[in-house]
Design a protein around this ligand. Structure first.
Ligand code: GDP
Length: 305
């Protein structure tokens, strides 16, 4: 059994590769992006993981269901509602089912397990916590939810701070602790260090579980040179005072993992990383297709053994 800590668009590629190599896979998903919209509870990283594993994910966009239609959203627009957060029609059904189940007293873990069954995937996807944790981005114009900052305002404002509201008092998810403890390897997938992986590492229970599991935990860098492979990771890392490099990522994760996979272009980091008691493995870490996903997954598993 293996356990993967995952965000969204970057992580799903490695998760898919790992699921192709291993039969017993747990995926612990970030919940900091979750939000309420039109009275529906939306869990972007859980949905990206489930759609990705069910081979439904729109690969070009990196979110939502391939070939989904947007009639619901168009009608909301006609009603004069805000429509900056794109929700496809089939995707809306996922959010509605989840919301109804929450209203009927089910927790997010139970609902996510049920969703995995309905989408016929044999990977255990689980939320990092069933409690509400929200990533809040601070700017000169005020604080906003990560989705509002990145999607509604297109990440225009300089970031002055990042915090995880609710993280301190979040309830531990016992499934996550068990998965981390019982796995032969734990993998931190390439995800935004501040807004995908960061919210999970901030949870006391996961911090504790990972520090115990440090020897078997391996991360894959989302940064090559001093650039993110995609998205705003560099911007958030700068705002948090973290060096934008695989070294910066390694230092941030040092309490949680004992090795990191970096790109061959960053081979020179090997010496620097040994000073923080971390092993470093270099290979090609950009996943442009399924073959690259499988190759990186096989490489990671080999190092983890
Ligand atoms: P988000 O929730 O949509 O922001 O997605 P994630 O946090 O899972 O993924 C975004 C991060 O993954 C970014 O920091 C990217 O640099 C990184 N990423 C995206 N694609 C790849 C890839 O193919 N390889 C690696 N190593 N990192 C990637």
């Amino acid at each position: 059994m293996i356990t993967v800590l995952a965000g969204g668009t970057g992580s799903i590629k490695l998760v898919r590769g790992l699921a192709a190599c291993e039969s017993d896979v747990n995926v612990v998903c970030n919940v900091g992006d979750n939000m309420w919209m039109y009275e529906m509870y939306i869990c972007p990283d859980i949905d990206t993981t489930i759609y990705g594993l069910a081979d439904l994910l729109d690969r070009d966009r990196g979110w939502g269901i391939r070939k989904d239609t947007f009639n619901f959203l168009r009608q909301m627009e006609a009603f004069g509602e805000e429509t900056w957060f794109r929700i496809g029609d089939r995707d809306a059904a996922t959010h509605l089912m989840r919301t109804n189940m929450l209203k009927n007293g089910k927790n997010l873990s139970d609902i996510t397990r049920w969703m995995c069954g309905r989408f016929a995937i044999n990977v255990n996807v689980m939320p990092a916590t069933d409690s509400s944790v929200e990533t809040i981005i601070s700017t000169k114009k005020g604080d906003m939810h990560i989705q509002e900052y990145w999607v509604k305002h297109r990440g225009r404002e300089p970031v002055t701070g990042i915090r995880y509201e609710g993280a301190e008092r979040a309830r531990p998810n016992p499934d996550v602790s068990r998965a981390i403890q019982d796995s032969k390897a734990v993998i931190i997938a390439p995800g935004n260090p501040l807004t995908s992986i960061g919210p999970m590492l901030k949870l006391q229970s996961i911090r504790k579980d990972l520090s115990r599991a440090r020897a078997k935990t391996i991360a894959v860098s989302p940064i090559i040179g001093n650039k993110a492979v995609s998205g705003p990771a560099a911007k958030y890392m700068e705002a948090a005072g973290i060096e934008v490099s695989a070294l910066g990522v390694a230092k941030m994760y040092a309490h949680a993992c004992s090795s990191i996979v970096v790109d061959t272009k960053d081979k020179a980091l090997v010496n620097k990383l040994s000073s923080i008691d971390m092993r470093v493995h270099a290979t090609r870490i950009v996943m442009r297709n399924r073959q690259a996903e499988n190759a990186l997954a096989a490489f990671v598993l080999k190092q983890a053994r």
